[in-house]
Design a protein around this ligand. Structure first.
Ligand code: SAM
Length: 303
């Protein structure tokens, strides 16, 4: 569907806009721009403003509530890290839950583990799944895999109905806006823990060290009151603010060391898994934080 190009829709906060042939994501005086070739989808769903456009240099782009969620060119950086950091920290992941993640990218990465016999995707907005199947097939096409169970609903409610079921739970959330606000509250982390099997692991989108340190500190301090093992890692995604994205990792296993990956995949294994960002070296390095961040998080993070 060719949009009318009149983005943002009326009543939208003035942070992001489509103007002079570019999509501009704007954050308090800082911006990310992608030149637009064509608008492919543009609507307000039950939950959020949804935009998909073809960009000149980053492929098709999914935007929700004015914030870039993923682009065909650099999505692999984020999807690989939020998935392989936890899954390659668990000795034998069998059942995985992904909350959010309607673009399918995280599910695609989870399916690379032969030990996984089921991955549940709990996405609140069915329109996200539908438009990603059409315009971002390199991610969403995996949703037809027989091991995938798609549940359209609120992840907050889903956790309350599924206790003790999962080895790994990945929260691939947008920023804490609209339906995602509840995915950053203390109660949410308490419910994540209750939905894990023994020695389970959670991995959450951990915002960016350049703009979100107070929020990151709050998320980590919530988790420290819930999990015995808490860690924070980061990676690079050009189209996220600061070109950076963090990952909050927790486990009920008190002796788990996230910095030591379970499998030391060889280059040949990494190639066969189609990995373009993640490796055991990147895994270990991801937990080393720049000094400004380490200082800001000292109170809540172990040395
Ligand atoms: N990788 C992106 C990031 O880091 O910002 C997130 C991508 S994914 C598209 C985010 C998804 O979370 C959206 O499709 C949104 O509809 C979904 N979502 C938001 N709140 C949710 C909730 N409470 N339960 C389930 N899904 C939710």
């Amino acid at each position: 569907m060719e949009g009318d190009g009149n983005y943002p829709p009326t009543g939208y906060t003035p942070q992001s806009r489509m103007s002079d042939g570019w999509f501009h994501e704007r954050w308090d005086g800082y911006g990310i721009g992608l030149e637009k070739e064509a608008i492919l989808e543009q609507e307000t769903t039950t939950y959020q403003d949804l935009l998909v456009f073809k960009s000149k240099s980053f492929g098709n782009v999914l935007v929700l509530d004015g914030v870039i969620q993923c682009t065909e060119r650099d999505e692999f950086t984020y999807q690989e890290m939020i998935t392989h950091l936890p899954l390659n920290s668990h000795p034998n992941p069998k059942k995985v839950l992904v909350i959010g993640g309607g673009d399918g990218g995280v599910v695609r990465e989870v399916l690379k583990y032969p030990s996984v016999d089921q991955v549940v995707l709990c996405e609140i907005d069915e329109r996200v799944v539908e438009v990603c199947k059409q315009h971002l097939p390199s991610m969403a096409s995996c949703l037809s895999d027989p091991r995938v169970l798609l549940h359209i609903g609120d992840g907050i409610k889903y956790l309350q109905q599924h206790k003790g079921e999962f080895d790994v739970i990945i929260t691939d959330a947008p920023d804490p806006i609209g339906p995602a606000e509840g995915l950053y509250q203390k109660e949410y982390y308490e419910n994540l823990k209750k939905s894990l099997k023994p020695n389970g692991i959670i991995s959450c989108q951990g915002e960016t060290l350049w703009f979100d340190l107070p929020l990151i500190k709050q998320m980590i301090s919530y988790c420290r009151n819930v999990f015995p093992t808490v860690a924070y890692a980061s990676g690079n995604t050009p189209t996220y603010p600061g070109g950076h994205m963090g990952f909050l990792l927790c486990s009920t296993n008190p002796s788990l060391d996230f910095k030591q990956p379970q499998s030391n995949f060889s280059p040949a294994q990494l190639d066969s898994m189609g990995l373009k960002y993640y490796s055991p070296e990147i895994h270990r390095a991801a937990f080393a934080l720049p000094r400004h961040a380490r200082k800001a998080l000292t109170e809540v993070l172990d040395t």
